[in-house]
Design a protein around this ligand. Structure first.
Ligand code: TZP
Ligand code: MG
Length: 219
């Protein structure tokens, strides 16, 4: 069985839109970065094909998701899909991550309970309190902790304080923090009470994958 807190330690999220700086075909760019990140020790990967410059063709998206899944399997790293419960079930992903704006969480749970690990984004203390007793939700993604360039419609920055408040309320749910986290700030995020750090650009755009991931792991 997957240990969720360990799984959240260095949680890489990406789609082709996050890998355009490589100047390779989009799919190759993502697979190249993912392969290197896996080699260097990420603990989880979420396929998130979304926003400007993302692929739009469902067949292409599904095909790329399968390639990412297979790469993750080689490293025994859990593979998550963002939002798309049908795709996650169809290709037997390990997990699904959904936000507050996706379909109601009870519906998502009904579809994927017993089949997929489940992560839910939260952005306020109220949301954490309201969802704390949902045992089918394996972890909360909390953020954006800092300002981010990677999500155009990101919600208000919550800072490290929201992590501390959630822990102070006795909410014990595994927590991964997201939004603008770098190799330099990862430790402060863990010290505030997060079990792990979720990043896009810190890994997708690093010039030194091995050292970045080592620093993101440090606690
Ligand atoms: N959700 C909240 S912030 C964010 C998502 C998907 C983007 C995180 O990207 P980065 O580059 O690590 O700030
Ligand atoms: Mg979503």
């Amino acid at each position: 069985m997957t240990d969720i807190r360990n799984m959240l330690s260095v949680y890489f999220i990406a789609g082709t839109q996050d890998c355009r700086h490589l100047d390779l075909p989009p799919q190759t760019a993502l697979l190249t970065i993912l392969a290197e990140a896996l080699k260097c020790g990420i603990s989880c990967f979420q396929f998130r094909e979304k926003g400007a410059f993302s692929l739009q063709n469902r067949q292409q998206i599904a095909q790329l998701a399968i390639q990412c899944r297979d790469l993750c399997r080689r490293y025994h790293v859990p593979f998550f899909i963002n939002d798309d419960v049908d795709l996650a079930l169809k290709i037997q992903a390990d997990g699904l991550h959904v936000g507050q704006d996706d379909r109601p969480i009870e519906q998502v749970i009904a579809q994927c309970q017993g089949k997929l690990l489940l992560g839910l984004s939260i952005n306020t203390l109220q949301q954490a309190l309201a969802n704390r007793t949902l045992h089918a939700v394996d972890y909360f993604g909390i953020g954006p902790i800092f300002a981010t360039q990677s999500k155009a419609d990101a919600k208000t920055v919550v800072g490290l304080d929201l992590i501390r408040q959630i822990r102070q309320q006795g909410i014990n749910k595994p927590l991964v923090a997201i939004g603008g986290i770098t190799a330099e700030t990862a430790l402060s995020v863990r010290q505030a009470g997060a079990d792990g750090v979720a990043v896009i650009s810190a890994i997708a755009q690093t010039a030194d994958m091995s050292s970045t991931i080592q620093q993101l792991q440090r606690n």
